[in-house]
Design a protein around this ligand. Structure first.
Ligand SMILES: Cc1cc2nc3c(=O)[nH]c(=O)nc-3n(C[C@H](O)[C@H](O)[C@H](O)COP(=O)(O)OP(=O)(O)OC[C@H]3O[C@@H](n4cnc5c(N)ncnc54)[C@H](O)[C@@H]3O)c2cc1C
Length: 372
């Protein structure tokens, strides 16, 4: 089975890796350097709270509960230093209806300890929070160094026989009737494939269009700022604050995503003034006071309408779509499920609600299966 994966971000590299180690002949293509699209401008948080308190279909919920196990397995397979289970402290002001959200997330399987006062000071002495602040402490959560993960994935992918082609983007998808047969690259070359995977992130609509398909999604910007390299007094954990989140960053001290509002499933406001955002965060974390960001970057979240789009189309053989927000945390799961579908010909039931066909016809899964 020959597979071309378009896009070497978190999702594409995970899929290319999983397919290659499972025996497929894979070419992974990126027009630029791997891991530097949205995956290189991401907060890259792995957590269950407050996410498990949000309503979602049962299939999706059970997949979400498997995120940590997927990362443990990937870390064991790949080696390298890119995963940090440092724990998360979520302040009560960060989540609407904090007590109800804690109860709902616990009922769904999250392991949380609610703490404040001396207990909180012992865990994160660097924080200066208003008297009486409570936090939910999730020990089994953390963050991913996404560029380092993609680098390590590509290393093992290549050792497994995978081919990486960078610097020349895909400019066309070749079709023969109702089948995709390969891709054209900007350098004029053409690659034949049995399956072409669209893992183009924010550019996935362009790639879909090359195959004559629409992919409705919002592109929602989010700003990351980095500061505090060399500061000794920074917290070890991810801190989810009232309007911002911070986490450790190996190169730049801390990585900060400033939301300006509580955390919900909707990503709305985003700051764009790095100095003011850093000053706001420094009120809770004095080690950052007076600093200016060492770097700031706007990442583009690809947010398909109705959630992730994972799967093939009944009427166009050889095309597979893998586009998802939360794509750092979901990537190993999408990779495993996509591999089962592409290589083993399975129809994974947990993906039923995520198929690209939902944008085209008002058909049930049974009717769509019958059309295959
Ligand atoms: C501020 C911010 C915070 C976030 N926080 C989190 C978080 O805490 N946890 C989480 O899980 N997710 C988070 N996300 C979302 C997450 O970062 C993305 O879902 C994920 O990075 C998407 O990965 P991807 O592989 O789909 O896309 P990308 O990383 O963008 O990769 C797509 C790749 O495709 C390549 N490409 C595109 N078109 C072509 C073409 N025609 N030919 C060849 N190559 C092409 C691009 O060069 C790029 O490298 C956040 C995002 C932002 C912006």
């Amino acid at each position: 089975m020959r597979v071309v994966v378009i896009g070497a971000g978190a999702i594409g590299t995970n899929i290319a890796y999983r397919l290659a180690v499972s025996g497929a002949e894979v070419v992974l293509i990126d027009g630029h350097a791997p891991g530097l699209g949205t995956s290189g401008a991401s907060f890259s948080w792995l957590s269950s709270f407050p996410q498990l308190a949000w309503p979602e279909p049962q299939g999706r919920r059970s997949l979400r509960l498997s995120v940590n196990a997927h990362f443990d397995r990937l870390a064991e397979e790949l080696g390298g230093d890119w995963l940090d289970w440092c724990g998360t402290l979520t302040m009560e002001s960060a989540v609407p209806d904090f007590d109800a959200a804690v109860a709902a997330a616990r009922a769904a399987g999250a392991q949380l300890e609610v703490m404040g006062g001396a207990d909180l000071a012992a865990v994160a002495p660097q924080l200066r929070l208003p008297e009486g602040t409570r936090v939910a402490f999730e020990l089994r959560s953390g963050w991913v160094d996404a560029p380092a993960m993609t680098e390590q994935l590509i290393r093992v992918f290549r050792l497994s026989g995978g081919v990486l082609r960078i610097g020349s983007e895909v400019t066309g998808i070749c079709r023969s009737g109702a089948r995709v047969t390969g891709v054209l690259l900007a350098d004029g070359s053409r690659l034949e494939a049995d399956t072409v995977v669209n893992a183009g992130g924010a550019f996935a609509t362009h790639i879909a269009a090359m195959a004559g398909l629409a992919l409705p999604m919002e592109l929602v910007p989010g700003m990351m700022i980095y500061a505090g390299a060399g500061c000794a007094d920074l917290p070890r954990q991810v801190i989810n604050g009232a309007g911002w989140m911070i986490r450790p960053d190996r190169r730049e001290g801390t990585a900060i995503h400033w939301r300006g509002e509580a955390l919900t499933a909707v990503h709305g406001k985003n700051g764009n003034h790095g100095v003011a955002m850093l000053a706001d965060v420094a009120r809770a974390l004095p080690a950052l006071a007076g600093l200016t960001p060492s770097r700031q970057r706007i990442g583009i979240r690809a947010m398909p309408f109705g959630g992730p789009v994972i799967g093939a189309l009944p009427w166009l053989a050889g095309y597979y779509c893998a586009v998802s927000h939360g794509g750092i945390g979901w990537a190993p799961i999408w990779a495993e499920l996509a591999t089962r579908e592409i290589l083993d010909g399975e129809t994974v039931p947990e993906l039923a609600a995520l198929r690209p066909a939902r944008f085209y016809y008002d058909l049930s899964e049974d009717e769509l299966s019958a059309a295959r």
